[in-house]
Ligand binder design. Structure first.
Ligand code: MF3
Ligand code: CO
Ligand code: CO
Length: 249
């Protein structure tokens, strides 16, 4: 899991310089796909993935969610990035059967004051969630910390999607909700691995699914942001398996 996490993080470190006005999200998908397969010798987990139901398999290797897209945006040659856009790029790699799952927000040119504030607070929500992790803590502690910070800033928390246990499976138990009450839900134990990946909206929390059966957007078309790490519960806290060099911890 440490190896998978480190390799997933390296994709986000690699792609930054390619995110600029005029590139398409499909260009970014191709660059990431080739890097994951050829440089990292990994499998891109999203490609052909399905949550089941009557959902078509995901057709690309990464998710690119721009502006009011909440998550699971499908890279497309029609989606040309322009100045002022904000984008979440979500990477999941499989190395020797183990998954590493992480995402970050990118600015295309200079963001609006609101977009910058939403993106920064959402990253702080992830970090506040991570600070709750220790043996004996509950998943509700994580959700409550995230919800409290988001609401204090008059933003809303998406409820339809959460973090997840991860390991040999991409999406496993427990579910990590980004809202909740302290002391509620599953208890954390050393050795558990899961993601925290808050989706925070500038407007209302409600979302809708586009007809492609993947792309999730805000109902009010206001901005949404998301950051994600894969975490390991240690004897005295958390290890961030998908940490990037730019991060403070
Ligand atoms: N990486 C996403 C997550 O954080 C899941 C994407 S599923 C896909 O859980 F099929 F859209 F890739
Ligand atoms: Co995830
Ligand atoms: Co992810």
């Amino acid at each position: 899991m440490r190896t998978a996490g480190r390799l997933a993080a390296s994709v986000l470190e690699m792609i930054g310089e390619h995110v600029e006005p005029g590139v398409t999200t499909e260009d970014l998908d191709r660059i990431c796909h080739d890097f994951i397969v050829n440089q990292l010798d990994c499998v891109p987990a999203p490609l052909n993935y399905t949550f089941g139901r009557d959902q078509p398999p995901f057709p690309k290797s990464i998710c690119t969610s721009v502006n009011h897209v909440v998550c699971h945006g499908i890279p497309s040659p029609k989606k040309v990035l322009k100045r002022g856009d904000v984008m979440n790029l979500d990477v999941t790699v499989i190395k020797d059967g183990f998954h590493g799952d992480t995402s970050k927000m990118f600015f295309v040119g200079k963001p609006s004051v609101l977009a910058k504030r939403l993106v920064d607070i959402t990253q702080e929500c992830l970090y506040e969630g991570i600070r709750q992790i220790r043996p004996g803590a509950h998943v509700g502690d994580i959700g409550h910390a995230i919800q409290s910070l988001a609401h204090a800033n008059r933003f809303s928390v998406v409820r339809e999607f959460g973090g997840h246990g991860i390991g040999r499976r991409f999406h496993d138990e427990p579910q990590i909700l980004h809202y909740g009450q302290p002391g509620n839900g599953a208890r954390l134990e050393p050795g558990m691995t899961f993601t925290i990946e808050p989706m925070i909206n500038a407007g209302r929390r409600h979302v809708k699914l586009l007809p492609d059966q993947w792309t999730v957007v805000t109902k009010d078309h206001k901005l949404s942001a998301q950051w994600e790490h894969t975490l390991l519960v240690t004897e005295d806290g958390a290890e961030v398996l998908t940490r990037r060099a730019e991060e403070p911890f």
